[in-house]
Design a protein around this ligand. Sequence first.
Ligand SMILES: [Zn+2]
Length: 162
Amino acid sequence: MPMIREEDFGTEASGAPSDDYCTHCYQGGAYTWPGASIDEMAAFGGAILSRMYEIPPERATAFVREQLSCLKRWAGREVAACGSCGMPLARDEDAGTEADGSRSAEYCVYCYRDGAFTEPDLTREEAVRKYAPMMAADLEMPLEGAEEMVRQHLSTLPRWRE
Ligand SMILES: [Zn+2]
């Protein structure tokens, strides 16, 4: 779940907001649903997403499952995501390249090559307009909803954060 507003954040045992988990997953320092499998979580998250953004339930669930599979709780390790487009850097070949040819730890191969952004002048709004139609087609959802989702997601990434 994106965590934007104060009420989106889960809570630690102290009552402080959690840095890592949302209010649906984490309350008072513990998972709300400790025995959940990734498929149960995907169905749960998918139902919320489906209602919020008018996405067919099975598409929403598949999307959430894909996202979950990259999260620490489910992947068993921290999978880095591209700081420009959010793509998970799950495999070596997903990572962009630095000027010396080494792999970037921060950006994907589509956004970053030879130590520079492939589209250095891209603005956040241009990125929204570029990614949203792909997302709308992929999730069979209205374009306006996809733009909102992409805009919200990009605003959490290092390249676009203000
Ligand atoms: Zn990227």
